[in-house]
Design a protein around this ligand. Structure first.
Ligand code: COA
Length: 573
């Protein structure tokens, strides 16, 4: 069946639907809805689709499209639910279950008959975007694939839900935190419902900011609203009955000025000259090791190290999967600490959501010298990858609970084994950011998939499902479980691996293979070649990377659908 995806952006869910439908053998094209209904209608006609699916569309489907082609809309709410902030409202209300519906487009938004739906659990402590890329994405795929099957059968008729409930847009007024009244639980719900976008608008340190992300603090206490500490780029603010950590801030855009973008909280307010006189307390930063913790630093950490038996778990959670120079260096420090421990297996990766999306484009964009910061960031991630590649006395596992892209996908390939949650989407390419790429990918990618497939993956620049990545050799084990089960499943798998009788022989073979490879071409040569090409891009102010990065961080829409998406993509070669 010829399927056209209509989307406001080629976002994570659209990528997953694209990749899963291609895995099933459907030719799939994409058309972005960029504001001009006539252009969109003409583009849909050019595709001549059998079926149009809109996995993430924030505008209405033009009548000329839905009246001429069957259009299925993915709505992030259960049957009968309507409105633009469904998921935000479910999280803010503290619900423990929610749904996703595939309905037919009609004149009124979200009011069409239902082709399929699925429900999912909302874990108590996750942000909206994390939920969207995790539980909701899994449920959406179940519903989309069922809807496609029903549509293809030609024998199913979609059903109207018994009732409809319209829930309006969740305004900043409703999201606002009352620091003098709201207990921690309410503050966290509001922060999580707005995470990662649009954030919660708030005023402090003499400025208006959007607050992005929220984690509980177990020990620190203070006057409600007060900043109590900073740690790993996040700020800790007191509530009426506790405190919360806020990892990222975005200044409110001033009329006539360019769009603002999120940054680690401490970086964001250091950028604003206006607030330096009111800087929050200093001296509470914790050194980057994570095993011992000073009570004054509270209980938040974006990198942790734990051991179970002879397995060491290096867990990290970076908003948006972006890894700044500082984060890469701290992760390397933790990795080196793990190497001093009596463990046989090291597992690298978080419990939920993104594994990594490579260097931190926002921090780079905000730097006084973005070219120099780009290089510093790539050197820092390369140092980490080099340390992993030269670890010959332990087995290293990259455990991917969610999506990975660009340098973040290549980071995983440095490990001996890549374990990937079934629902994760992989983008092992750099081209769309105008970069050649580093992270020793010229060594690790062909080593896994061969030169021809490596060239195809980097050139096609298309997302892959975990099973497709496994079939190509990029992933060793697909872990088919819910997002909230991933950490426990990985712990079980790592324990089995650490106990396997073949482990010493494997380590011996690994050391020998590394020595052989080093003799053929040293790692330093791969790194030098990659960095020479990256430096040429960073140092050229006219290189597309700089404009692409600026547009990416400011969320500027492209003028047209990128050509590599528009082309109908059958799966396979
Ligand atoms: N640096 C900074 N922020 C990043 C990032 C990066 N490398 N990669 C992702 N993010 C942020 C996004 O801006 C977005 O922020 P938001 O939640 O405030 O909107 C968030 O992470 C989620 O990303 P989004 O693009 O919405 O997720 P997606 O699943 O739809 O798309 C990618 C995933 C990876 C395809 C896309 O984010 C991307 O192209 N990232 C850049 C990868 C890259 O080129 N890295 C640099 C080279 S190593």
């Amino acid at each position: 069946m010829r399927i056209l995806l209509l989307a406001s952006a080629f976002n994570s869910l659209t990528q997953r639907v694209h990749a899963e439908l291609r895995d099933l053998g459907h030719p799939v094209g994409v058309e972005l809805a960029l504001g001009d209904d006539e252009d969109l209608t003409a583009a849909v006609r050019r595709h001549v689709p059998d079926l149009v699916i809109a996995p993430m569309l924030t505008t209405a489907v033009p009548e000329e499209v839905w009246s001429a082609y069957p259009c299925l809309i993915v709505h992030p709410g259960p049957p009968g639910d309507r409105g633009p902030s469904s998921l935000d409202r479910a999280v803010q209300a503290g619900l423990d279950r929610w749904g996703v519906t595939v309905l037919q487009a009609v004149a009124e938004m979200d009011a069409g008959p239902v082709w399929a739906s699925a429900d999912f659990a909302i874990p108590p402590d996750v942000g909206k975007s994390d939920l969207y890329r995790g539980e909701l994405s899994d449920a959406a795929l179940r519903a989309v694939l069922l809807a496609v099957e029903r549509f293809a059968s030609g024998t199913c008729t979609p059903l109207m839900p018994a009732t409809h409930t319209w829930q309006p847009y969740l305004s900043q007024e409703e999201r606002r935190i009352d620091w003098h009244r709201d207990p921690t639980e309410t503050v966290l719900r509001k922060l999580r419902a707005a995470d990662s976008q649009p954030g919660v608008l708030d005023t402090f340190l003499g400025e208006e900011w959007y607050l992005h992300g929220g984690h509980p603090e177990d020990q620190l206490r203070g006057t409600p609203g007060e900043i109590l500490a900073t740690h790993h780029g996040a700020i800790c603010r007191a509530t009426t009955d506790g405190a919360v950590w806020i990892p990222e801030l975005r200044p409110r855009r001033k009329p006539g000025s360019p769009p603002t973008f999120k940054l680690p909280a401490t970086v964001a307010y250091q950028q604003r000259g206006a607030v330096t006189c009111a800087a929050p307390p200093r001296g509470r930063e914790q050194p980057p090791t994570t095993r011992t913790r000073q009570p004054s630093c509270g209980t938040y950490s974006d990198i942790t190290y734990e051991e179970t038996g002879t397995v060491g778990f290096i867990r990290f959670r970076f908003p948006g999967g972006a890894m700044s120079t500082d984060q890469c260096r701290r992760l390397l420090e933790t990795y080196r600490h793990a190497l001093t421990r009596p463990v046989d297996v090291l597992v690298l990766g978080g419990s939920r959501d993104f594994f990594s999306n490579g260097i931190h484009l926002n921090v780079i964009e905000a730097a006084a010298d973005p070219a120099a910061e780009s290089l510093a960031n790539i050197e820092a991630i390369d140092d980490l990858v080099a340390e992993i590649l030269t670890t010959t006395d332990r087995l290293v596992v990259a455990a991917l609970p969610g999506n990975a892209a660009a340098g973040g996908a290549m980071l995983a390939l440095a490990a001996d084994e890549v374990w990937c949650r079934r629902g994760a989407v992989l983008n092992p390419h750099y081209r769309l950011m105008g970069l050649y790429g580093s992270e020793f990918w010229t060594y690790t990618l062909p080593r896994r998939v061969g030169a021809a497939v490596a060239a195809r993956l980097t050139e096609d620049a298309l997302p892959l499902t975990a099973p497709a990545a496994e079939a190509l050799g990029l992933v060793d084990r697909v872990v088919d479980c819910a997002p909230s089960e991933f950490a426990a499943e990985i712990t079980r798998m790592a324990d089995r691996l650490a106990r396997s009788p073949g482990l010493p022989a494997r380590l011996g073979a690994k050391k020998a293979a590394r020595e052989r490879d080093e003799a053929v071409r040293p790692l330093s040569a791969y790194r030098a070649d990659e960095l020479a090409r990256m430096r040429a891009v960073f140092d050229d102010p006219d290189a597309p990377y700089h404009a692409l990065r600026s547009a990416f961080v400011r969320k500027r829409r492209p003028n047209e659908t990128p050509r590599h998406l528009r082309t109908e993509c059958p799966n396979g070669d």
